[in-house]
Design a protein around this ligand. Structure first.
Ligand code: ATP
Length: 366
């Protein structure tokens, strides 16, 4: 019977538990044996009880739980070959040669590297006398399938990552709370939201909450953004608006790539316009809490598809990442998706905004 393990890695996101549940249950429904690796790659390196056999009941009720119940971690040891050799040894001990990983681009890059190295790792295990030839013989190929768990919606090639809509919903709810008090006192609020390299959450929150102005990393405002923002806010006030909401993404920057902080925006609104202004940093409430309906649905459909991809894979198939494009669950080439994501980041870092936007458009024209 084929043994399939599921793991969550990198930053947690709402919906990861739904993924684990779906992978475990689809594995069992397909006549295979399910395992969960606890604490991300650290669990793979440590082995033993960290790689747990999972039954149907083990994941009961997980669909509506936030965070990840099997834990996640950053693991330095897995970045080095000796750590990956240990991980491979632990997998062979349990007879596992298929891994479904829900994480960010770092976790998925590590997974693909592990797969490339796998035949060499098998030879090394035998050469070092850690495993017999008979042990490794049935496990000559490692099967990797990626699922993207991230609140940032920061992977190219998919319309939504698992967790981003839960986080967006939470931000909107928080801004609604702030709106009530802002209106009462005619105050301005600068809301800081997560997203180091990707402004999707900030931008969509701006649209969904009717913010006065939004700052994101990808599309820095004009050279004289201070003037621009203040005149827009003043115009809105002149039209009778009693509150002002400006959303600042964590990684927001100006055209010279200087960081735009909530404090800078706060000071401008207070000194140039004279508004009574407060800053609210939403922080980790954006990551926690129960997943929204969309993330429950996405994690379930993608978890099922991941197991199907494992069972249909051949040694020649490139590792897939499960995506959603125009409401369809599809498989894409994992490393191509990561390279595209990294290219967009590079274009932004090189201030080539036009190329960055073209890169994004090209991906959808594919
Ligand atoms: P997030 O988007 O939340 O940061 P991520 O998956 O990108 O998630 P990382 O910290 O980059 O988070 O990666 C998680 C773990 O994956 C690392 O701690 C490490 O164990 C493993 N990993 C990342 N990159 C590599 C790599 N190039 N080679 C081997 N392992 C890696």
């Amino acid at each position: 019977k084929k043994k399939i393990a599921v793991m969550t890695s990198g930053g947690d996101s709402p919906g990861m538990n739904g993924t684990v549940r779906a992978v475990v249950r689809q594995t069992i429904a397909s006549g295979c044996v399910a395992f969960a690796v606890y604490e991300g790659y650290q669990g793979l390196v440590d082995g033993g009880d960290m790689i747990k056999h999972m039954s149907w009941e083990d994941v009961r009720g997980w669909l509506s739980e936030g965070g990840t119940l099997i834990g996640t971690a950053r693991c330095a040891a897995f970045r080095e070959r000796p750590g990956r050799l240990q991980a491979a040894n632990n997998m062979i001990e349990k007879g596992i040669d298929a891994l479904v990983i829900c994480g960010g681009d770092g976790s998925l890059t590590g997974a693909d590297k592990f797969r490339d190295e796998w035949p060499g790792l098998m030879d090394e295990l035998v050469a070092k006398g850690l495993r017999s030839k008979e042990d490794v013989a049935p496990h000559q190929h490692l099967n990797i399938v990626g699922l993207v768990g991230s609140i940032d919606n920061d992977l190219s090639s998919t319309d939504a990552t698992i967790g981003c809509y839960s986080s967006l919903g939470r931000i909107c709810q928080m801004v609604d709370y702030i709106d009530a008090t802002a209106l009462s006192h005619q105050r301005a609020f600068v809301i800081e939201v997560m997203g180091r390299h990707c402004g999707w959450l900030a931008l969509m929150a701006g649209v969904s909450c009717g913010a006065d102005f939004v700052f994101i990393p990808e599309n820095p405002p004009s050279e004289n953004w201070e003037e621009e923002m203040c005149s827009i806010v003043k115009r809105h006030r002149a039209m009778g608006k009693r509150k002002t909401i400006v959303i600042v993404c964590e990684g927001a920057q100006d055209r010279k790539l200087n960081h735009i902080t909530g404090k800078m925006v706060n000071d401008l609104l207070a000194t140039r316009i004279g508004l009574d202004t407060r800053i609210t940093t939403l922080g980790h409430v954006q990551r926690g809490g129960p997943p929204c309906a969309y993330d429950r649905m996405l994690s379930t459909l993608q978890g099922v598809e991941a197991v199907k991809a494992v069972l249909e894979a051949t040694p020649e198939t490139p590792s897939p990442v499960i995506c959603i494009v125009e409401n369809k669950i599809v498989r894409k080439d994992l490393m191509q998706a990561i390279q595209l994501t990294q290219q967009v980041a590079k274009d932004i870092a090189a201030r080539d905004f036009e190329a960055a936007m073209k890169g994004r458009d090209a991906e959808f024209e594919e």
